[in-house]
Every structure is written in structure tokens, then in C-alpha cells.
Design a protein around this ligand. Sequence first.
Ligand code: TPP
Ligand code: MG
Length: 574
Amino acid sequence: MGRMLAAEAMVKIMEDEGVEVIFGIPGAGILPFYSALRKSTKIKHYLARHEEGASHAADGYARASGKVGVCVGTSGPAGTNMVTGLYAAQVDSIPIIAITGQTVTAQLGKEAFQAVDIAEIVKPVTKKSYCVREANQLPAITREAFRIAKEGRPGPVLIDLPLDVQRREVEYDPSIDSSLEILKPAPDDRKIRRALEMLLEAEKPLMLLGGGVIIANACDEFVELAEHLSIPVVTSLMGKGGIAANHPLYAGQVGTSCNTPYGNKIFLESDLVLGVGCRFSDRHTGTLDVYTSGRKFIHIDIEPTQIGRIIPTDLGIVADAKLALSALLEMARKMTPQREPSERVNDIPKVRLQCERRLDFDQIPIKPQRVFKEINEFFDEDTVFVTCIGLNQIWSSQFQRVFKPRHYLMPAGAGPLGWDLPASIGAKVARPEKLVVNIVGDYGMGFCGEEMAVAVMYDIPIIVIVINNGYLSLIRQQEKYIYDMNFEVATWYEGTLVDFVKFAETYGAYGQRVEKPAEIKPALKRAVESNRPSVIEIIVERETDASMGTSLDKIVEYEPLPTEAEMLVAVGKG
Ligand SMILES: Cc1ncc(C[n+]2csc(CCOP(=O)(O)OP(=O)(O)O)c2C)c(N)n1
Ligand SMILES: [Mg+2]
């Protein structure tokens, strides 16, 4: 038996749940919680510079570690600043818990200072949100928040804590309390058998690795199944890294923008797709009849409402990805010895190479493609890459080779500029032994750029590569081909680009500018050797476009450069 403040009980529960770090900003409405947190020897607090940054840092931490990320802020605007972070975590199925302060319960609904109904505001972007009015409920609610964040399709949970609730004494005995059980649905054996029959009968089957496979830590099982059945593997954007880029069965990445040419090609040639832990997002499928016609789909997902939501599924299996893939593997081994690869399968490494986009440009200003050639060559397989949105992100996803799960992080579903720098900080805190490299555009760097102070203050040596083209170039490209305009998309004024070297130095980070291809690797080397938070600004050709289209069969390639007419067809206007 023990009496303690509700906030103290909450901190003890978080310790027991394995929380080691919290990203947050104190304020009057959350100080009782901070007072309890101060006494914790197990949880380290990182002082963010913006609550949006804190929420993305918790997200990046969760993606890199597989654990629950936690962010905290005061009442009112702190919570509203976290809405983007909750949304990004929700759509990509990332478990984070946001804790906010609140005015005293007696003031709720009376427009008191910095009192906003945050639990209501975040309902559509969380799995669950609570405004806790009864302190005695807080221990059980905190346990439930962790269960909900992790169970089934993971996602964010928000707990709003009125000041008086934080300060009230409750009965809590940590010696007889533990985590709530997490249920993992197992697949129906009959469906597993049916799936295998379909896969063995198909002429050109394909396995699609989605982000859910990485979240379920089931990549090994996925790849073993593909190997046993000799089936080519493609990934979605969220699945990138789930299979090594040099694996003989890896055929590429499917999507309208974040694709590889061979990924889309082999997809369009397939007659059966086994999609695991993927949600068939519009950015992946493009025009649906092109995506679906001529092929059948087996879909495995832990979230029942995902089955049949976007595409008509021939066989849907609701199950935890790891359990489903283990069951498939076990039954596959009983049903058939390891299958001999067909000619189509044997050819994958060769065709993948033949189809690779060209990166070896020597010109100055540097072509963005060349930047990624240098990145691919310089960094090893253990590097964690973090990227966000813009052409820089699309190029990164098209050109970069990734070898391991949880080594390529981006907010695929929400694409909020500003996610990447704080998420990189979270990832580096989670995996300090890894190099963490953030790739970002010149405009995106302005969003949550203040979090550089966190990296410097806590000595978190991330490397930020700013691809500076003086443009909001993703928008520039869309304006050019769809609206025939070039309006409000330039970030360079009076011949001046924002100086990201000075930006780095302002925060006490290491900064360098690069303008020639041959300077890229030495600059990266200096950044790594400095072992400090670093910014490498690379000035690139301003007008380079990216290969994109509205459907998988309408991707226009770079070289030779597409004509205006081809681009119009690609965007659906031709
Ligand atoms: C919060 C937010 N606001 C606006 C956008 C729309 N948007 C997407 S990319 C982009 C421009 C990005 O420019 P930059 O960071 O320089 O990247 P580039 O496309 O030039 O590589 C904008 C405004 C967004 N994704 N997120
Ligand atoms: Mg730009």
C-alpha cells in the first residue's frame, strides 16, 4: 500500500513501462508532473524548443527503437502544437504518448487561461484521448494508454492532466502493478493454407512488404517465406529497408512518386500480390484500376477495417504480421520443399541493375541525383536515414539503398515539413551507436529548425544534409506541369539563399557548404569526424524535376529528360 501524488504514480508507471526518455517543455499547467519527473532516476528529459518538435522527436524515437515514445507539454497551445505530431504518428501507426497539462477541473469549460479542450481536439488523430478528471483513475488510465498505443495497429494516445488531478494523493502500490496484457491475433490456419495454395498456383506472384512488417519486427519471417517460395519482393515506402537493397529477391519499391522503375514494372506484371502490413495508400497505388486490374490480392493486416478498405481483397487475413508470417512459413515448409526460382526470379538482380536510375552526373551546379550517389557510397548499411517531404524526399526514396528495417524513417502518410530534424534527434537518442543522417530541403529546414538547439545542448551528433535548390521544388514542379505557373515557390531573394552554415553556427553546430560533386564526400567525412551536430548545405541545380505520375504505368523517367507532353500525360492532363 502506498499513498503518493497522482503525478508520481504516473511517473512510476512510465518507468515500469520501460520509458527512458521524454521530450517536452515545462509550463505552469504541467509542473506537478515535472516535479514528479525530476525525482525519477530512470527517465531522462530532453528540453525541446517547440512542442511540435517534442512530438516528432517522440515519434522518431519510437520508429528507431520499436518502443513507445513520450512527449509532454503544458496546457493550451502546447497541446495544439502537438496535433501535427499526433497526426503523423497516427497515420503511420507509431506508438507515442502525449501528456499535456490542463487548468484545474473547476475551471474547465470556463475559458480559463491556456485552457483548451485538447482531448476533444485530438480525437481524430489519436487512438484514444483522455482528460482525466478523477485522480484515482490515473494509474489505470496510464497503463491503458500504453496498452492502446502498442496493441493492434499501434498509434498515439493523449492524456490531459488538470493541475488539481496531478497534485491529488492516490493509493498506488507499484509492487503489485504491471503492464496490461497485449493481445496479438493469430491467423486462421485454413486461411493460411488457402493463401499458400494461391501463392503456389500463381504464375507471377509478388510479395509486398509494408511498414506493418517492420513495426511487428517480422522482416526475417517475411524474407524467409519469400526465399522458401522464391517469390520476388517489393516494398511500400514505409516498408523500405524491410529487405536488404541487395537481396536477390528484392525487386524495388512501388509507388507513384516514391518508386523504383523495376518495382513498378514487376508489380504491373504480377498476377497475385501478397500484401502484408500495408494500407494501400493513394501515394502507393495511384489510379486504382491500373493498380488492381489483372491481379488478385491477399492482404494480411492486424487492423480488421483495413481489409477491403481500398482494394477488393481476394483473401483477407486479420492477424499480427509476425504470427501470420510464421504460420505461413511453417505450413509452406510442410507443403513444398524450397521452390526453384523461375527465370523471372533469377533475373531480378540483373534487371534491377539495368533499370536503376542514373546518378553519375558531374556537372556544377550539382545535380541532386549525384548527391545521392555520394550518400549511397559514403554511408554504410548501419546508417539511419531520416527524411520528410519535398523533391529531396522523393529523390531520397528513389535513389537511396537501404539494408535494414528501422533504418529509413519518414512521415509517409502525413508529410509535415519539420518532422525530420526532431525525429532525427529522437532516433539518435534511441540508437546512439548509429550514424543518423537527416536529409531535408532548404524550405523544410525552416520548419522546426529550432530543434537544432536540442541537438547541440545535449550533444546529439546528427548530420543534417540540406539540399538547397532555392525552391519549394515539389510545389514548383506541380505548378509548372499542372497549373503552368511559377508562383511563390522561390526561396531565394535578391540573389541570396538562406545561409545554412550560419544557421548551424548560430546554434553552435558545425556547418559547411558544398558546391562541387567532389567536395561532398570530404564534407561528409568532416561532419562524421567532428562528432558534433552538423549541417552540410549542398547547393544543387535549381530546376531538376523528379520522376512522378498519377498511376504506376505513367512514371516519366529523368534521362533522357521527359518532354513537356510526357510530363502532362504523367500528371493526368495529357
Ligand atoms: C507543414 C507543411 N506545409 C506545407 C507543405 C507543402 N509542401 C510540401 S513540399 C513543400 C516545399 C518543400 O521545399 P523544400 O523543403 O525546399 O524541398 P524541395 O521540394 O525543394 O526538395 C511544401 C511547401 C507540407 N508538406 N507540410
Ligand atoms: Mg528546396
